[in-house]
Design a protein around this ligand. Sequence first.
Ligand code: DHB
Length: 316
Amino acid sequence: MSAPDLSTEFLSLPLANPLMNASGVWCTRVAELEALLDSAAGAMVTKSCTLTRRDGNPEPRYRTLTGPGLAGSLNSMGLPNEGHGYYLDYAAQHDYEQKPLFFSVSGLTLDDNLTIVAAARDAVLPVQLELNLSCPNVPGKAQPAYDFAAMDELVTEVASAYRRPFGVKLPPYFDFAHFDAAAEILNRHDHLAWVTCINSVGNALVIDTANESTVIRPKDGFGGLGGDYVLPIALANVNAFHRRCPGKVIIGCGGVRSGEHVFQHLLAGATLVQVGTALYEEGLGVFSRLNRELARLMESKGYSRIADFQGALRTL
Ligand code: DHB
């Protein structure tokens, strides 16, 4: 048998493989974005941007977690970014032939979001706009996605301002009533073309026993949890929205550090799969390793292309 074909499509755009960075990792500065373009990732996304540049929260604000067999991360970056114009400038000179580019938007207010969305619309670029509804790390700001009325208003206003296909980044939900409520809002918008599940598990607390202290400075140590700890939560959310939003594409994110994890996200219904903590820890070489491991697993199962198993999770 010839080597499995990892190529895929996102909204009719061809990709060499289903992997991309998770927003926030390796995507804040142009030098990082150019390195992502040269990497083995099939697509890429920019750091979530605000209207204007931000320094973010005080350091230490990212911590690598190592435990008994578990790898992960805790972060409270606080949206350090160069401001929306910087990322739109990058988007204006990105090589879309090489790979698709996603533009992540996380304005601090409804008005800020609408200003950024209007700038993106007026730039008329082939960039994929993703509205981040789930930043957990700005002190005093709740996540829109955990307030369904706020989420409905934001998605409705952005949809009518943008008038083109766009996506949303969701936090994890933990109850079927919440999966249902979120999906009902998303399904009312035909222009809402994809859903990225999940952002970090917000407001986790990691404790250093020896020092009897927290491990990051912002928000008294509370931060977004990523890595191994969140994989089953990510798979649940991918599959929950895959089941509830049949017309929409799902992008999986959470806990991916092996080809088997990529396979599980695809099986649960993801079309693309993002890598956050493992990219931060391992660097850009993670993409070629994950592609190699995914291809080897597919070959061992007799699959020659992703469509042979994508979304085909069996239940008992
Ligand atoms: C940050 C973290 C997030 O999870 C997110 O979605 C946006 C921003 C941050 O802390 O910078």
